[in-house]
Design a protein around this ligand. Sequence first.
Ligand SMILES: [Zn+2]
Length: 156
Amino acid sequence: MIVFDLRCSAGDHRFEAWFASSESFTDQQARGLIACPVCGDAGVEKAVMAPRVAAKSNRQPDAATPPAAPAEPSGTSQEVVRRLLAEIAEKQAEMLPRSRWVGRDFADAARAMHEGRAPEDLIHGQASPEEAQALRDDGIAAVPLLVPFVPPDAVN
Ligand SMILES: [Zn+2]
């Protein structure tokens, strides 16, 4: 899709309109199908020569950018968090191949290892917030995967 800034010749009203392509605009313009939303005049032409190409629908470059932070005392905390996350992501990528996926049995498997009922192993899986809390309460080390991770048995 392309958005054009248009203006009508009757009242010099400016407005934007979307077209599938530049040709589509030219075609509709020639057939008088584009009317000024203010006065209805069909004598419409481009107000600006260079069209802006719209961002793909699955990308929202502006929406994703947080508004300017209101006077953070120092810009370092964000930097630290970013570096920490990068380290965790690296560690996770390093460990996952050596770790055994246990899916929803994670809490049970972690508990079994903690209590010596199962051999020590590196595992990862899914746990509900309640299960994770219960593990923490019992002093069982479980670290949430901070990096988005698709379970190998995820159903499409
Ligand atoms: Zn007009």
